[in-house]
Write a protein of this length. Sequence first.
Length: 241
Amino acid sequence: MDRLTISAASGLRARMESMEMLANNLANASPSGYKLDQEFYSLYAAPESDGIISQLPLIDRQWTDFSQGTLTPTGNPLDLALSGSGFFEVNGPNGTLYTRNGSLQLSAGGRLETKEGYAIRAVGGGTITVDPTRPVEISPDGAVWQQGVEVGRIQLTDVSQSSALTKQNGLYFHLDPGSGVSVGASSARVQQGKLESSNVGTAEAAVRMISVMRQFEMLQRAVTLGAEMNRRGVEEVAKLG
C-alpha cells in the first residue's frame, strides 16, 4: 500500500474515533454533572519504508475536561450542585465512585442516593439516612440537617490528579487504588436546590462535528485517488510488458 493511502487511512481512523467522541458528548449535553471528553493527538512513527519514516496521525488518548458547568436553580431540595473543585463520593456496584451529578433521591428507607441507586457516602464512612416525611436542609459544607439536628455530613472529595480518573457510565468516575494518586477532602461548597449543567457546548460540538465530517470526506477522496493511481500504474506497467 502506498504512503498516500496509508496516511489517509490512518487519518480516517482518527476522524472516526473523533466522531464517536463528539457524538457521545452531544448525547450527554443534558445530564447534570457530565464532563466532556476531548482528544489528544500524537504522531505514530511507522516502520521505515525505502529508508523513509512515515509519520501517521492517531488519537493517542482521550482526556476529560473538568471545568465547571453552569449552576442552575431547580427548587428541588434534593438537587445539589458543587461550586469549586471536587466530587460527591458514592458507593458504586464495585467500590467507590466519584461524580458531580447531584440529582439525588431518597430510597424507600430514607437513604440519600443517586438516581441510579448508589448511596451517597458520609464523612467517616457509611451512608446518610433521613426521615422522608420531614424537610431536609443541606449546608454548604455538606452537613445534612433535619429539625435543627445534623443527621450526617456528605463526603466531598478531591483527587490530586483528575487525569487519573476513568469515566464510567458517563456521569461517574473510577480511581484505580493502585494509581498512587492521593484523595482528600474538597473545599467545594454545596449549593442546595441547584444542579450543575453539563459543560458540553452544544453549538461548538456541532461545529466541530461538521468540520470532522468534512475532513473525513476529504480523506475518503484521498484514499480513492490513491487507489485510482495504483490501478493506473498497474495498467501502464502491463501495457509496457
